[in-house]
Design a protein around this ligand. Structure first.
Ligand code: HEM
Ligand code: HEM
Length: 187
């Protein structure tokens, strides 16, 4: 079933909440582990990020095949435009996160494994096996910058997104949030 103005498909609803909640968790874990140098969390962050990437690709493909759903109500022009910008940012950003993560880890020599299953190996320093040697420091640095800046952009975009959803639900009392919870618009 495709999305209609009256009702979203279960595919849209499930994909939205699975990807949305995992992205929020990865943002929190990523920021925490970077800030507090919690290196034991890195493999978990990377593994979940890789697994969710597969679902993200499915979600983006589904959005492109299905098209964007019609607005649930008559939003003001600026509100609609802001929502379009935020939705595109969130959709494209979810692809850039794992790609920049993979490039960062690979080029920095840290290797990548999904819950122990090796995707590409570490590049250990032969003179000090507790250290790794970058394969391409510039590339790793650029990918790191992208990952970090995107983290800040996402915190802002998600805050706006949630504020918008709550405004529609609590102030405008339209069906925007209910529809994303799988409910019918008119009921
Ligand atoms: C898919 C969604 C992902 C999200 C939302 C996400 C989010 C984040 C955030 C917010 C940070 C903290 C950045 C900072 O403040 O510097 C971070 C750090 C990091 N992420 Fe991700 N990430 C994702 C996927 C991945 C993947 C797939 C990988 C690797 C394959 C990865 C590797 C890393 C690494 C290595 C760091 C630490 C960087 C450092 O300590 O310098 N991430 N992530
Ligand atoms: C608890 C947090 C969240 C709430 C309450 C929420 C709520 C909503 C609602 C009500 C809509 C429908 C908007 C409309 O009909 O115009 C929507 C759409 C959307 N949301 Fe969220 N959302 C949340 C988290 C996220 C996160 C973290 C992401 C990022 C990955 C995200 C990405 C999207 C996208 C791309 C759309 C456009 C429709 C689609 O492609 O499915 N949301 N959200």
């Amino acid at each position: 079933m495709r999305d209609t103005k009256e009702r979203f498909s279960y595919t849209t609803v499930c994909l939205h909440w699975i990807v949305g909640l995992i992205i929020i968790s990865l943002l929190a874990v990523g920021t925490y582990m970077e800030e507090f140098e919690a290196y034991n969390l890195y493999p978990i962050h990377k593994s979940i990020g890789m697994l969710i990437f597969v679902i993200i690709l499915g979600r983006v493909a589904w959005r492109l095949i299905n098209g964007w759903p019609a607005p649930a109500a008559n939003y003001k022009k600026w509100e609609h435009n802001l929502a379009v910008v935020v939705h595109w940012t969130l959709l494209i950003g979810t692809i850039i996160f794992p790609i920049s993560g993979m490039i960062m880890s690979g080029a920095a020599g840290h290797g990548l494994a999904i819950f122990g299953l090796e995707v590409y190996p570490l590049n250990p320093d032969p003179l000090d096996s507790s250290n790794v040697i970058a394969l391409n420091e510039t590339m790793a640095g650029i990918a790191h910058e992208i990952h970090e800046i995107l983290g800040k952009v996402f915190i802002l975009a998600i805050a706006l997104h949630i504020a918008g959803a709550l405004k529609h639900h609590l102030i405008d009392k339209d069906g925007t949030l209910r529809r994303m919870l799988g409910k019918k618009l008119a009921s």
